[in-house]
Design a protein. Structure first.
Length: 269
C-alpha cells in the first residue's frame, strides 16, 4: 500500500490522518471514511498498559501494530518513537517486521537528541525498506518547536536545517511537533522538499487553510483517546457515586452496530 499512501499526500487538501490505538478504534475509523490510519506511541502504549516514552516492549508494539493492520484495508502508518534502539541494525530489523505486517509508513523521532542520530535511524529504515522493495513513507519528527530547542526567532531556520538533513538521509515527510502558527507553517512548508505534517493543536487553522499554507498531512495525535479518558472518567465517577444507569446508555452506540463492524475481520489471520 506504500504507493497509494504516498499518493494521498499529493492532493490539494491535506490528508486527514486519525490515530488509532487498537484494532477496534482502527476498524471504526476506517468505517467512518478515513483514507488512511496512523498510530501514536502514546495511544498504543496506554492501550497496552504502559506509559508513553519508549517504554513499550518492542514485541508488544509490533503485535499491537499487527492487530490493527489485520482489521483494516487502508494504508497504515506506525509511530515507532525512536525505534527503541540507537543501533542501525536493530532499527532496520524492527522496520522490516512492520513492513512484513503491511505498514505503509513510519514516524521516527529522537526528541532532544542530536539530529545526527535521527539521520542514522532514517537511513537504516530506508535501507531496510529498499531491501524489501518497498517505498516506505518515512515521516521525520522534530521537536524544535515543542521542546523549544532554540530561541523562538531561530526555530523555523533550525527546523529547515534539520529537514534538509533528514531529506538527504531518506525521509519523505517532516513533522515539527507543536508547529501551529500560520506564518511559521508557510515558511516551513515552503522551505523544504519534505511533505509537511502537522498535528491537531490549539490555534491550528482549519484543513483548507492548512492546505493553502502548504501542509500535506494533519494528524489527530493522542487527543481522541485523551478525550475518551475524560469522558470515561465522568461516566465511571457518576456510576460509582449513584449507580444510575441512564448516563451509561444515553449516548451509547448500539451493540449490534459495533459487533457488525467486525464481521469481516473476525476470522483468524
Amino acid at each position: 500500500m506504500s504507493p497509494a499512501f504516498h499518493a494521498l499526500h499529493q492532493r490539494a487538501q491535506p490528508l486527514m490522518l486519525p490515530n488509532a490505538w487498537d484494532a477496534g478504534s482502527a476498524r471504526l475509523i476506517e468505517s467512518l471514511g478515513a483514507r488512511a490510519i496512523a498510530t501514536t506511541s502514546a495511544d498504543l502504549a496506554w492501550s497496552l498498559g504502559y506509559r508513553d516514552g519508549d517504554l513499550l516492549p518492542v514485541d508488544l508494539h509490533v503485535a499491537g501494530i499487527g492487530a490493527i493492520a489485520r482489521v483494516i484495508t487502508i494504508p497504515l502508518s506506525a509511530d515507532i518513537e525512536g525505534c527503541y534502539s540507537d543501533d542501525p541494525s536493530e532499527v532496520g530489523a524492527m522496520v522490516a517486521r512492520l513492513i512484513d505486517l503491511g505498514v505503509a509508513g513510519i514516524n521516527l523521532q529522537n526528541g532532544a537528541a542530536h539530529p545526527d542520530l535521527l539521520c542514522v535511524k532514517i537511513g537504516a529504515a530506508r535501507r531496510a525498506a529498499d531491501r524489501l522493495g518497498v517505498s516506505l513513507y518515512i515521516n521525520a519528527r522534530t521537536d524544535v518547536f515543542y521542546r523549544a530547542l532554540v530561541p523562538p526567532e531561530a526555530r523555523v531556520a533550525e527546523t529547515l536545517a534539520r529537514a534538509a538533513r533528514y531529506r538527504d538521509a531518506g525521509a519523505d515527510g517532516l513533522f515539527p511537533l507543536g508547529l501551529a502558527d500560520p506564518v511559521q507553517t508557510r515558511a516551513v512548508a515552503g522551505g523544504t522538499e519534505l511533505l509537511l505534517n502537522v498535528i491537531a493543536w490549539p490555534g491550528l487553522p482549519s484543513a483548507p487553510e492548512l492546505g493553502a499554507l502548504g501542509v500535506r498531512r494533519v494528524s489527530a495525535g493522542s487527543w481522541i483517546p485523551q478525550t475518551l479518558w475524560a469522558h470515561t472518567t465522568a461516566l465511571v465517577t457518576g456510576f460509582l457515586a449513584d449507580g444510575r444507569s441512564e448516563p451509561l446508555f444515553a449516548a451509547a452506540a448500539p451493540y449490534a452496530a459495533i459487533n457488525a463492524a467486525f464481521a469481516a475481520s473476525s476470522l483468524p489471520p
